[in-house]
Design a protein around this ligand. Structure first.
Ligand SMILES: *Cc1c(COP(=O)(O)O)cnc(C)c1O
Length: 357
């Protein structure tokens, strides 16, 4: 080891799902929307001209903050925006998780949480999900330095009922509770109304899944004015210009087209419910996903084998080689045609496998 290396911040980074770019691929591995962004997004980007890119963006991101505040009926002072919800969550960890007591989150959850905890030196304890992969709210009532969980949880897709979310927030007036609602638009009930009642609740959402804009990198948080003020102070101590101008323009255009947004979510939910029935008939079992993905295990065929077989056909799904979930596949809900290709292949593969048994 070089002398200087002992002072390096040693990290094991988060590993995102692979991002293949094959012309014939069916990409169901990173929970993107199969539908394009709202038509107004392209118009807004085409209309960029003159000084749009030459000048620094608005550090307060006022246009996007205002659009989101109007849409969700909250004050501008209750909205924080960032470069994807990963940026927002990372800022929230840095701002609020600053105690010697451990931050609590599930053992099976978004795998960025422990990475941020480690890079920021935050102590943490992972609470095991129940056998059926649901969160037990009772686990989040011991002394802690903060709480974070996705709702619906990832990669299980299972929703914690709103009463249970409120129970956790109410039981922890001494810590900030972050609810990561990356998938809430696919049928869950948001904890957002609770921010008026509990000043320790931060609700985080993203444009990456339900608003079809993963490539744009826009996320946001909503909470009490005090929480947002603290986050802004930390952000402005790290980098004032996190959001670029095209993202701000595109974000506003996306929020303005509510009908398109609702239609995309509705289509994905309809496809999901249909595919649930088909996968069940093929011998898969799973929790009741309320997200834009299904987390499935098969009664006979190992998940890893299916993952490899699908991959050979350029159908990409996500496989996690981790304790408790290494026999599951996480499958993003794509278009009807994409899902038909998936179930068609699975049917053929599983029946061929039975014959050779
Ligand atoms: C996808 C995802 C995020 C991050 O999304 P961004 O693209 O950074 O907005 C955060 N949390 C969970 C649970 C996710 O699945």
């Amino acid at each position: 080891m070089k002398l200087w290396e002992k002072n390096v911040r040693q990290v094991t980074p988060y590993v995102p799902g692979e991002q293949p770019r094959l012309p014939d691929m069916i990409k169901l591995n990173t929970n993107e929307s199969p539908y394009p962004p709202a038509p107004g997004v392209k118009k807004a980007l085409d209309a960029m001209a003159g000084d749009t890119l030459r000048l620094y963006p608005d550090p307060a991101c006022d246009s996007l903050v205002t659009a989101l505040a109007d849409y969700y009926h909250v004050k501008k002072e209750q909205v924080f925006v960032g470069v994807g919800s990963d940026d927002v969550l990372s800022m929230a960890f840095l701002t609020f998780f600053n105690s010697s007591r451990p931050v609590l989150f599930p053992d099976i959850t978004y795998s960025f949480y422990d990475v941020w905890a480690k890079v920021y030196g935050i102590p943490y304890v992972q609470k095991p999900l129940r056998e059926d992969l649901t969160i037990d709210p009772e686990d989040y009532k011991e002394e802690n330095g903060g709480i974070v969980f996705p709702n619906p949880n990832a990669p299980t897709g299972i929703l914690l009922p709103p009463e249970a979310v409120e129970d956790i927030v109410r039981s922890n007036p001494g810590s900030v509770v972050i609810v990561d609602e990356a998938y809430i638009d696919f049928g869950g009930t948001s904890a957002l109304p609770l921010i008026e009642k509990y000043d320790n609740l931060l609700v985080v959402q993203t444009f990456s899944k339900s608003r079809s804009m993963a490539g744009m990198r826009i996320g946001y948080a909503m909470g009490s004015e005090a929480l947002i003020r603290h986050m802004v102070s930390v952000k402005e101590s790290v980098n004032s210009y996190t959001m670029n101008t095209p993202s701000l323009l595109a974000g506003v255009a996306a929020v303005e087209d509510d009908a398109y947004f609702r239609d995309c979510c509705h289509k994905i939910i309809t496809t999901r419910e249909r595919v649930k029935k088909e996968l069940k008939a093929l011998g898969f079992s799973f929790g009741d996903s309320m997200s834009n993905f299904l987390f499935v295990t098969h009664k006979d065929c190992p998940a890893r084998e299916l993952f490899e077989a699908l991959r050979q056909k350029h159908i990409f799904v996500r496989y996690f080689d981790r304790p408790r979930i290494d026999d599951y596949l996480r499958i993003t809900v794509g278009t009807d045609a994409e899902m038909d290709a998936l179930t068609g292949f699975l049917q053929e593969y599983l029946s061929g496998r039975k014959e050779t048994d």
